[in-house]
Design a protein around this ligand. Structure first.
Ligand code: 4AD
Ligand code: MG
Length: 465
């Protein structure tokens, strides 16, 4: 086949250049037809829709057409013509077909439509070839781009937080250790403990659970910053909303208090929903039709609503007065579960909710302490179908208050001396939050399980691919 520039199917489907000779390349979704003519649905991932390739059987070698199976990869040269068929404007009258790679009909796993999402997880290496994952992956890309665009336009600087750290930002205690010591025979101290001084970094290290502490350091110089990177949690939570490896966006702003922080979180989320509607409409329409017919309305609903803001204490009162029976009982001081969060959002208020002023004992050491001695200036943004999508807070900028909290929580000062230094030298009120990227993608795609919005999910007992 003579060289020519490849057209993207997304461009051709919008084109009106009938009669033009074009070259397309992609993967065959279906081939049907009769002894005279074959119809090949070709997809190159640029858009959810396929382009129809029409091949007159008489013009092609019989053995070549046999290789055009579901899943095979082709280059097709032909003429773009107006389509008589329903549901498409254009099709390609094939003149030349080159088969790059056939796919054996007996063993190619994506033969039929309508495989379950559970089955597709087992073939995560091939599921990008389905309409569903094509749509999810394009939306995921668009959201990542929109996040950078939003912050760049607002004058924020992108900071790269380290992946390997010696600190435990959230104090959650569920971290993946990073070591080069021989697991079977590690060096030991006279008392029997493992001698991490001999490890690669000369100390204990782990994969980061959050880039926040490093983002705070940068905010104390650049004022407005954000991180966007992978984070890791070794919690054994097998839920549709938890991953062991997920991506998090963490803006951190000097001179912001908790109200500024909430305003930013709300504006940012609405911007992202609007961006999806403006740039991913074909994919959203597809997902709306196939999985969740309230998806587009829900996105518009969020954009049009003003998020309800109330304290944790008030929320607990509402939950206790609700007359609902809960799997996890509600009482002041206990962490809220997804069932409680979703009740507030979906049943009680009917819109996104921001809860503030949580009990200090269920939140991390860095949150700004209120004068009541019991609560901290944390804020969680709760979304329909998701529950917590954002967690954040105003930070404790006062050195003495922070030191007290660190001692109360038995955090060794030597682990966080560098963090404490920011409170010694030019401290200032500041605030920030973390948006779970996959929770955002769950919401924007309407998918029900977080394993279906990241290409290769890492969950307990699963690190295939
Ligand atoms: O509430 P989290 O734990 O907050 C922090 O990590 C703070 N350092 C953020 C900050 O203030 N800069 O996590 C933030 C968000 C959650 O609201 C949730 O969306 C997501 O990260 N998240 C997870 N997403 C998927 N799988 C998990 N295991 C998650 N844990 C948290
Ligand atoms: Mg949280």
């Amino acid at each position: 086949m003579e060289h020519q520039r490849r057209s993207k199917i997304s461009d051709l489907l919008k084109s009106k250049e009938y009669g033009k000779e074009v070259l397309v390349k992609g993967w065959v979704r279906t081939r049907r037809g009769n002894k005279n003519v074959n119809f090949i649905a070709l997809n190159d991932g640029s858009v959810v829709h396929h382009i129809q390739v029409v091949a007159e059987v008489a013009n092609f070698d019989e053995n070549l057409l046999k290789l055009v199976t579901t899943g095979s990869c082709l280059a097709v040269k032909g003429v773009l013509v107006e389509s008589q068929g329903q549901g498409q404007n254009v099709e390609i009258q094939a003149r030349e077909i080159e088969v790059y790679g056939s796919a054996d009909a007996e063993t190619y796993p994506l033969q039929k439509k309508g495989h379950t999402l559970e089955f597709l997880r087992e073939i995560a290496h091939l599921r990008p070839r389905t309409n569903t994952f094509g749509a999810v992956l394009r939306i995921r890309h668009a959201m990542a781009y929109a996040i950078h665009k939003y912050f760049n336009d607002q004058g924020f600087f992108y900071i790269h937080a380290p992946i390997i750290t010696g600190s435990d930002a959230e104090g959650a205690g569920a971290m993946f250790r990073v070591t080069t010591l021989d697991a079977g025979n590690p060096p030991r101290l006279p008392g029997g403990e493992i001698d991490y001084a001999q490890d690669f970094f000369g100390k204990e290290t782990n994969l980061t659970v959050s880039g926040q502490l490093e983002a705070e350091l940068a905010a104390m110089a650049l004022s407005l910053v954000y991180t966007f990177g992978p984070t890791f949690r070794a919690e054994n939570s097998n839920t549709p909303r938890h991953l062991a490896e997920f991506w998090m966006i963490e803006p951190e702003m000097a001179f912001y208090d908790i109200n500024d922080n909430m305003d930013l979180a709300e504006e940012f989320l609405k911007y992202l929903m609007q961006y999806a509607l403006d740039h991913c409409y074909d994919d959203l329409e597809f997902l709306n039709k196939m999985y969740d017919n309230e998806l587009i309305d829900r996105l518009k609903g969020v954009i049009g609503s003003s998020f309800e803001r109330l304290t944790y204490t008030k929320a607990v009162e509402i939950l206790m007065a609700s007359g609902q029976t809960w799997e996890y009982p509600v009482s002041w001081g206990a962490d809220l579960q997804a069932e409680h969060e979703r009740y507030l959002v979906e049943k009680h208020f009917g819109k996104p909710v921001i809860l503030t002023d949580y009990p200090k004992d269920i939140k991390a050491f860095y949150m700004k302490q209120n004068t009541d001695g019991k609560t901290v200036r944390g804020m969680d943004v709760l979304f329909p179908k998701i529950g917590e999508i954002i967690g954040g807070s105003q930070r404790e900028e006062n050195l003495d208050a922070l030191m007290n909290r660190i001692h109360e929580m038995n955090i060794p000062e030597k682990d966080v001396w560098w963090y404490l230094d920011t409170r010694k030298f030019g401290t200032t009120p500041h605030a920030g939050f973390g948006l779970g990227f996959e929770r955002l993608i769950l919401f924007v795609t309407g998918m029900a399980n977080i394993r279906d919005v990241i290409p290769f999910p890492r969950t307990p007992k699963n690190a295939e691919f």
